[in-house]
Design a protein around this ligand. Structure first.
Ligand SMILES: Cc1ncc(C[n+]2csc(CCOP(=O)(O)OP(=O)(O)O)c2C)c(N)n1
Length: 803
């Protein structure tokens, strides 16, 4: 183990201030110890804590200013305590999964413990003044996933500083003075997205300060299995700033138990970032984990006795106390008194948090017990009901589900009896469903007045002067208008800047709006999306481009885990209204013509997924999303850029409502439901089918999330009695999703005269070349055949089988 390379400094702190720091460290440790006990006794389900990592967080908090952002992970409780952004009662409330926002303002009981967040939004979904508060992005559990958004949280400062038109947005930034602080464990630095983010931040020279909490382990796996040379500082050598390139990081290494060394390191690191605009990394080594990784297991199983002894000796709490006493800032007795006082206060907080959590649940339980009692008085099955009641009231720690379950059992017991009390219990049960819906399922989408579903529809306008242009020119006109209208709109992605994207949607716009508004990025899909998430969390309106739909898979994890869950996991505390733009379907070959739609739509619930069939439609959806406060994915049709369309006169204004399918061709025999590139092919097939006497109603669903919110497809099915779902996804993919929506959710099964059908692509990726495409995906021929067969099955006389 090495000593710190930084010498102790004159701290310029009074003994009182030093003791105040000690108090927070001790409090935090005490919270960890008591929380673990709560899990072990069954009051909480799982616990993960920041013990052993307290001291560097005190130093980090000292340089964290209002307006700054944290993007960190589950070890950061001391930092949040030190800022005053988390109280001990709130910590315990989250441990118990208290669903009240007042009790757990970070997640309202939706995340497991130690998932920290501050609230960026008012209750009505509008932004707070982020410059007046300490900010923390809402944590997620996947290790390393806090890094991609850090890119954007930091880069936003540069944009607010360097784009003149953004200077008026003082609610989000004070002239770009803010730093974004990242924290990550040493083992998680083995994740690809750590390196991608570090590289991106370095390329962008974004004001980030990244801390690595190094305790030599990732659960049981020691550094030798995690990193080359086992030492992240050595690996970061190449990232160090050099004045020739004007790029890179200031890198500091400091022991996690060295109070003055930590304070000096953070003060230097902050100066590097805030004053010199050079991002910084602080590698804090020699940290410990006194209680092991989490409540799931004990570290004695995998740490040697020598390591355990070392951890006891170098525990930052122990070392800090020794340092205070040896420097005569306080006596042993004074510290003992402080600790005794803190123990009482933490225990008080725990009691209070538990009482707040359990009493409404107990009140509900008592109410159910009372209602079951009432039932028992008049029922023919009093013994059964008394048994149900007794089981409920003798539970040591009741949950809401126990009361619900008891109510359901009691209702089952009296199902054939006519007792008035039964209806009271039923009423209680139904009211609880609504409350729990609100507790656990609200805010998956925006509930504000800016919800994308509330954006009023404005029709595109055409006149005799409306020119006919290529599809890409429609988008080009739209983006130009949008960039002119709103300086918060920032577009970026691979080849988006100088080239204006590979299909020219942004052609000429970098020249017009500058390199900060329309920019190129490296090939880094995860951090393109992460950059957008972070920027949007700070009030900007990013349009992030993923060059092809097939490469969206790289970013899908962060879309799914971070972006799509953001509003829900904070119960409306944060938002990131970004647009992810990509293009797909119908090029050639495995990785340029895929349509992995089911993977996407099933992983990004919480976002909108829009599949416009042409660029006029795409432009309308861009306008809708830009007028909302929600994130969406728009998948443009790859072969639509070179097709001619009429350019609407009101290109910057018209909007298209989400969740409203469009009937492209009316028909009475069968409803053909599809989207995107398949629309044109379905129309061709419908034309040929018409020649043999079959009239198809071709429906473009337009948006997969949300799906047909007014049940328009059901109306079509009522008319035709037959339905087929077509797309280029795999069997059981999005066609199955659409079938479920219409047949099950909309109740379409009642109207079916023939079995419903799906016509997806093949079970493999699309093969290369025109023939590969033909044999891999639905074509006008295969559509014709499938639909003709359905008609033939129901009326073989009129439609004889001839193939
Ligand atoms: C993507 C992902 N893989 C695995 C896990 C399970 N897991 C949780 S914490 C952890 C170890 C993290 O170690 P480190 O980054 O050093 O942080 P520490 O917990 O030691 O502070 C692992 C493997 C996870 N949460 N996310």
């Amino acid at each position: 183990m090495t000593e710190t390379t930084l010498s102790p400094i004159d701290l310029a702190a009074t003994p009182d201030e030093i003791l105040a720091d000690y108090r927070i460290v001790f409090r935090s440790r005490q919270v960890s110890l008591i929380s673990r006990r709560e899990v072990m006794s069954g009051k909480a389900k799982f616990g993960i804590f920041g013990d052993g990592k307290e001291l560097p967080q005190i130093a980090m908090a000292k340089v964290f200013e209002k307006g700054d952002f944290r993007s960190g992970y589950y070890r950061d409780q001391t930092f949040m305590f030190a800022l005053g952004e988390l109280s001990t009662i709130e910590f315990f409330a989250q441990l118990y999964a208290h669903t009240d926002l007042e009790a757990d303002p970070a997640t309202a009981g939706r995340s497991m413990n130690a998932h920290f967040a501050t609230r960026s939004l008012e209750r009505d979904g509008s932004w707070k003044d982020l410059t007046k508060q300490f900010n923390s992005a809402p944590d997620i559990s996947p290790t390393g996933s806090q890094m991609p958004r850090l890119v954007g949280l930091a880069y936003a400062s540069r944009l607010y500083r360097e784009i003149k038109e953004l200077h008026g947005y003082t609610q989000f930034s004070d002239n770009g003075n803010e730093i974004a602080f990242g924290t990550i464990g040493n083992a998680a630095t083995a994740e690809g997205m750590f390196w991608e983010s570090i590289n991106a931040i370095g390329v962008l020279q974004a004001p980030a300060l990244v801390s690595i909490w190094d305790d030599c382990y990732g659960i049981s796996v020691s550094s030798e299995h995690q990193l080359v040379k086992q030492d992240i500082s050595k690996l970061l050598e190449g990232f160090k700033f050099d004045s020739d390139s004007g790029r890179g990081y200031s890198v500091y290494s400091v022991a996690g138990w060295d109070y003055p060394g930590l304070i000096e390191a953070y003060s230097q690191a902050e100066k590097s970032v805030r004053e010199n605009s050079i991002p910084a990394i602080v590698h804090v080594y020699e940290l410990t984990q006194p209680q092991g990784h989490s409540t799931s297991g004990s570290h004695e199983r995998y740490k040697s006795q020598e390591r355990l002894d070392w951890e006891s000796e170098f525990d930052c709490l122990v070392k800090f106390r020794e340092w205070i006493i040896s420097n005569k800032y306080a006596t042993d007795e004074q510290i003992d008194r402080l600790e005794a006082d803190e123990k009482i206060q933490v225990e008080e907080s725990r009691k209070q948090a538990w009482g707040n959590f359990i009493s409404p649940i107990e009140i509900e339980r008592d109410r159910v017990a009372e209602l079951i009692d009432d039932l028992a008085k008049l029922s023919e099955f009093p013994d059964q009901l008394k048994e149900i009641r007794s089981r409920l009231v003798t539970m040591p720690t009741p949950y809401r589900r126990d009361s619900m379950s008891a109510a359901l059992k009691a209702l089952t017991a009296v199902r054939e009896e006519e007792i008035p009390a039964k209806y009271k219990l039923l009423e209680w049960k139904n009211s609880q469903f609504n409350l729990n819906e609100e507790r656990y399922s609200s805010h998956q989408y925006s509930q504000s007045s800016q919800s994308a579903l509330q954006v009023p529809e404005i029709e595109p306008e055409f006149s005799e002067h409306s020119p006919t242009v290529y599809g890409y020119e429609v988008l080009n006109a739209l983006f130009e208008e949008a960039l002119t209208r709103d300086p918060r709109i920032i577009a970026f992605g691979e080849d988006v800047g100088r080239l204006g994207d590979v299909n020219q949607g942004f052609r000429g716009l970098q020249d017009k709006f500058g390199e900060l508004r329309v920019s190129d990025t490296g090939i880094r899909e995860v951090t393109i999306v992460g950059q957008a998430i972070g920027m949007a969390m700070r009030g900007l309106r990013p349009i992030a481009e993923i060059q092809y739909l097939d490469y969206l898979l790289y970013a899908l994890q962060i879309m799914s885990d971070d972006l799509a869950t953001l509003q829900w996991r904070t119960k409306g505390g944060a938002k990131a209204p970004i647009i992810i733009r990509t293009r797909g379907h119908r090029l050639e070959g495995i990785w340029h013509s895929g349509s992995p739609m089911a993977g996407i739509i099933n992983l990004v619930r919480g976002m909108y997924v829009i599949v416009p069939r042409d660029m006029t439609r795409a432009a309308g959806f861009y306008n809708t999303l830009l007028n909302s406060d929600e994130p969406g994915l728009i998948i443009e049709v790859l072969n639509g850029y070179r097709l001619k369309e009429q350019l609407p006169d009101n290109i910057s204004e018209y909007t298209i409502s989400l969740g409203v399918p469009e009937i492209l061709r009316s028909g009475v025999d069968i409803s053909v439901v599809t989207y995107g590139a398949s629309c044109r092919i379905a129309l061709e097939a419908a034309g040929r089918l018409s020649q043999v006497g079959i009239e198809c109603e071709v429906i473009d669903v337009q948006t997969l999330l949300p799906f047909d919110i007014h049940n328009n497809i059901l109306d079509s099915l009522k008319k035709t009695g037959r339905i087929i779902f077509i797309d280029e996804d795999v069997p059981g993919g999005t066609t199955a999703y659409m079938l479920q929506e219409v047949v099950e959710k909309q109740g379409g099964y009642v109207w079916l005269d023939s079995p419903p059908r799906t016509l997806p692509g093949k079970n493999h990726r699309p093969a290369y070349g025109s023939d590969g495409d033909y044999w891999s995906k639905p074509s006008a021929d295969s559509m014709f055949e499938a639909i003709y067969n359905m008609m033939s099955e129901s009326n073989p006389k009129q439609f004889p089988r001839y193939f």
